[in-house]
Write a protein that binds this ligand. Structure first.
Ligand code: PLP
Ligand code: COI
Length: 344
C-alpha cells in the first residue's frame, strides 16, 4: 500500500481494498459479500443506466482521541436511505443491514482509516442501484447495495475557511414536489454544468432557491444552508431540500449553546441581515460563505446583488464555535452527550 499523507487528503474516489455488497433478487438480499475487484457486472438494460434508478448515502467514520473507532449517526443515514429507496421503488435494506455493511466496510479497510490528529476521516458511501433489465417505466425490486469508502480530508481543500457562493438565476436543483428531498443521483446530475461554470468564475458553491417562486433559499448543491443572526441559528424549511444529518446535529448543538433555532422559509433578501452564512453537510462539515452573489444568468457577467459576510477565507465566531463542537464530538475530544457516535 502506498503511504498516505493523512494531512493532505482531499475528497477523492480513493481506491481502498474492499467493497461490501449484497444483491436483491427473487425477493431477498444475498448474504453480504466482500469484493476486492472494484468492478460490478450489469446488464446493459439495467434500470440504473437508462432511468437513473440510483441513490446513495454519505457518512463518516473517525478514529477518536482515545483510539476508539466510530461512525457518526449511521442510524440516521440508514433511515434516509430507506426513505429514498421507497421513492425509487427499490428494495429497502434494513437498518441493521445498512449499519452492519458500513461497519464491515470500515473494518475491512482499516489501513485506510485516518488515525487521530489529522482532521481526516473515512467517508463511507453506501450505494443502491436498480439492476433490473427493462424498458418500461415501472419499479422492479432488483438491486445491488454496495458500501465503499475512502479516506478524506477537506472537501474544498482547506478546513474551516470561507468561500464564495453564487445563486444561479437560470438553474434549479429540484422541481416543486419533486425529488429534492431524496438522495438520488439524478439530483446531483443537474448540478454538474452550473458547478463547472461557477467554478470557472471563482465561486465554490451554488446556492439554489425554491424553484416554484424563486423567493426563498433552499440549499447548496452539496449541502444544506444555515445562517447566524444574533443568537439565532436559522435554516430553511422546505420540502425540496435534503434532510441533512449534519444540519439536524448542528441545530441540537446550537440549542445546547443556548441559541434559538429557527427552521423557516428564508426570503433571499434576508441575506443582507445575516452575520454569517454557511454550508453544512457530511462532506463539507461547516463551510462558511465569504459572500454570496446573485447572478440572473450564471453565464453572463451581471451580478444583481452581492451579500458580503467576510473577507475571503475569514470565518465568523459562530461558525468557528459550531465547527469546534461538532468535530470535537466526532473526534472524541468533547463529550458525546447525545450518543451520536456509534462504536465500530
Ligand atoms: N444537501 C445535499 C444536496 C447533500 O448532498 C448533502 C450531503 O449529504 C447534504 C445536504 C447534507 O446532508 P448530511 O448532513 O446528511 O450529509
Ligand atoms: C455528502 O456530504 O455526504 C454528500 O453526499 C455530498 C456530496 C456532494 C459529496
Amino acid at each position: 500500500m502506498k503511504e498516505i499523507d493523512w494531512d493532505k487528503l482531499g475528497f477523492d474516489a480513493y481506491r481502498t481494498r474492499t467493497v461490501i455488497v449484497s444483491h436483491f433478487k427473487d425477493g431477498k438480499w444475498s448474504p453480504i459479500e466482500k469484493t476486492e475487484t472494484f468492478s460490478f457486472t450489469f446488464d446493459p438494460f439495467a434500470q440504473v443506466f437508462h432511468y437513473a434508478i440510483s441513490c446513495f448515502e454519505g457518512l463518516k467514520a473517525f478514529t477518536q482521541k482515545d483510539g476508539r473507532k466510530v461512525m457518526f449517526r449511521p442510524d440516521e443515514n440508514a433511515a434516509r436511505l430507506q426513505r429514498t429507496a421507497r421513492y425509487l421503488g427499490l428494495p429497502v435494506p434494513t437498518k441493521e443491514m445498512f449499519i452492519e455493511m458500513c461497519k464491515e466496510c470500515v473494518l475491512n479497510n482499516l489501513e485506510f482509516l485516518p488515525p487521530y490528529g489529522h482532521q481526516a476521516s473515512m467517508y463511507i458511501r453506501p450505494l443502491l442501484v436498480g439492476m433490473h433489465p427493462q424498458m418500461q417505466l415501472v419499479p422492479y425490486p432488483e438491486a445491488i447495495f454496495a458500501v465503499m469508502c475512502a479516506p478524506v480530508g477537506s472537501y474544498y481543500g482547506e478546513h474551516l475557511r470561507s468561500f464564495a457562493g453564487v445563486i444561479p438565476g437560470n438553474y434549479d436543483r429540484a422541481a416543486p414536489k419533486g425529488s429534492g428531498s431524496y438522495k438520488i443521483g439524478a439530483n446531483y446530475a443537474s448540478t454538474f454544468e452550473p458547478y463547472k461554470i461557477a467554478h470557472e468564475q471563482g465561486y465554490t458553491e451554488l446556492l439554489y432557491l425554491n424553484s416554484q417562486t424563486r423567493e426563498y433559499i433552499d440549499e447548496f448543491g452539496s449541502s444544506n444552508f444555515f445562517a447566524i443572526e444574533g443568537n439565532k441559528y436559522i435554516t430553511p424549511l422546505s420540502d425540496s431540500v435534503l434532510p441533512s444529518i449534519t444540519n439536524k446535529s448542528l441545530q441540537q448543538v446550537a440549542k445546547d449553546f443556548g441559541m434559538e433555532v429557527e427552521k423557516r422559509k428564508i426570503p433571499v433578501g434576508e441575506l443582507s441581515e445575516f452575520e454569517e452564512a454557511a454550508a453544512c453537510g457530511t462532506a463539507v462539515v461547516i463551510t462558511p460563505m465569504s459572500h454570496i452573489d446573485i447572478k440572473p444568468v450564471l453565464e453572463e457577467p451581471e451580478v444583481s446583488a452581492s451579500y458580503r459576510f467576510f473577507d475571503d477565507g475569514e470565518v465568523g465566531p459562530a461558525c468557528q464555535k459550531l465547527y469546534k463542537q461538532i468535530t470535537g464530538i466526532q473526534f472524541g475530544e468533547l463529550p458525546d452527550a447525545h450518543g451520536w457516535c456509534y462504536e465500530i
